[in-house]
Design a protein around this ligand. Structure first.
Ligand SMILES: Cc1cc2nc3c(=O)[nH]c(=O)nc-3n(C[C@H](O)[C@H](O)[C@H](O)COP(=O)(O)OP(=O)(O)OC[C@H]3O[C@@H](n4cnc5c(N)ncnc54)[C@H](O)[C@@H]3O)c2cc1C
Length: 374
């Protein structure tokens, strides 16, 4: 997006990428269909030490602008839950659109080309690569972050930032499954493959989305979302019956004499009900259970507290939290304040979106803002 935008401005642009093919993450994202943007994008969908930083680029290049671009190229897409937009056929259709835009804008794309080092001499950037040296008046670092190293992710963007004296906020895996140890690892693994619609929270942040039980811990959209806010030592809380006033439901159950197991089976897969009642037993008939105990049990169902032992790490993370400190770059042009001609866009910055197409929208929006400013 940055290269094409800049090329259309009449600039001579070379994209250097060490991967064998450009845009690897687009190709595999969204189960091969790429969740390329969202109908509802606002700064509240992003984590950044300076929450105002994303406002300018997102308002100048909203999701409607990207939708207009892909429609112009005839991309067939579909809307899924919570405003997420996906390619209808395959993500490579979207890559082809970006390649076409680059071709029309006269951009040269060089793949298989690794950057060894960058220097700034005589007001020019000297880029040493596996394909020789290149010089440029301006250098845009769009090297992404540490997630998914098997797709050639690297930390070179942070190294370049540090080389020029820019602060880098410590990084950690984001939008990532959470893993467990000991008793809870075993219990969760035994339910591997099971999904539940819940409300999952960490501190003041909450997401009403599905969670998935796996062999190592919990995954699924709800867990990926909350992982952005979870840190080692913190707990997560799960409301297993979102939308219900559970204590009132239990009191009605007590009066009616209906069994608890049957009631829970209305909302959960039987396998989960059975496991839950083993972990947290209660009389199946509530007639003799005191109301105070019902209050405690309702709390247990709506505030199931879990202690993840870690995240599944960068190998499984969709994004990287932290990155180049946004105080170091202009929110309008993305140029480093201390280093003229050096720009940082996309995920290399300390900007992380929620799950739902927000990370690509940030890549498009920051790319266009920078491309216009080059
Ligand atoms: C499995 C997975 C699924 C995802 N699904 C979605 C989704 O559906 N929706 C969404 O919004 N976001 C999704 N994301 C996040 C999204 O892919 C990223 O936020 C986005 O790609 C960031 O764009 P970027 O251009 O900043 O970096 P990247 O897309 O990571 O591109 C960086 C490029 O720099 C190149 N590079 C790195 N180091 C060097 C070097 N030393 N020399 C030369 N080239 C180098 C890499 O090869 C790469 O091509 C997903 C991520 C993953 C891993």
């Amino acid at each position: 997006m940055c290269a094409a935008t800049s090329g259309y401005q009449g600039k001579s642009v070379l994209v250097i990428d060490h991967a064998p093919k450009a845009a690897a993450k687009i190709r595999i994202s969204g189960g091969g269909k790429c969740n390329f943007t969202n109908l509802d994008v606002s700064p509240s969908h992003y984590l950044c030490q300076n929450p105002h930083f994303v406002k300018s680029a997102l308002s100048r290049y909203p999701s409607a602008a990207f939708i207009e671009l892909v429609e112009r190229h005839g991309l067939e897409y579909e809307q899924r839950e919570l405003g997420k937009l996906f390619c209808k056929e395959r993500a490579s259709d979207l890559i082809q659109i970006l390649r076409t835009e680059c071709d029309w804008a006269g951009v040269e794309v060089m793949t298989h080309c690794a950057i060894d080092q960058v220097a700034f001499t005589n007001q020019q950037y000297l880029i040493s690569t596996s394909h020789g040296e290149f010089t440029a008046d301006k250098l845009v670092v769009a090297t992404g972050a540490l997630s998914f190293p098997k797709l050639k992710a690297s930390g070179i963007g942070y190294e370049i930032a540090k080389q020029f004296g820019l602060n880098v906020i410590p990084t950690s895996p984001g939008l990532v499954p959470l893993v467990f140890e000991g008793k809870w690892q075993e219990r969760i693994a035994a339910l591997s493959g099971l999904a539940l619609d819940v409300n999952v929270s960490c501190g003041t942040h909450a997401f009403k989305e599905a969670i998935l039980f796996t062999h190592t811990g919990l995954s699924g959209p709800g867990i990926l979302q909350i992982s952005n806010y979870w840190q080692l030592g913190k707990t997560i809380e799960i409301d297993l019956l979102p939308g219900l006033v559970v204590v009132e439901e239990l009191k009605v159950l007590k009066k009616s004499g209906q069994p608890v197991q049957k009631w829970l089976n209305q909302y959960w897969p039987k396998r989960f009900t059975q496991a839950w009642l083993e972990w947290f037993p209660i009389e199946n008939q509530l007639s003799n259970v005191p109301d105070e105990m019902l209050i405690d049990y309702a709390h247990q169902l709506t505030h199931w507290t879990l202690y993840p032992s870690d995240t599944a790490g960068y190998d499984k993370a969709e994004v990287t939290l932290g990155g180049v400190d946004t105080d170091e770059v202009s929110s309008k042009t993305f140029e480093a304040k201390k280093q003229p001609g050096l720009y940082f866009i996309g995920e290399v910055l300390d900007v992380t979106g929620h799950l739902g197409g927000y990370n690509f929208q940030w890549a498009w929006a920051s790319g266009v803002a920078c491309g216009l400013a080059l």
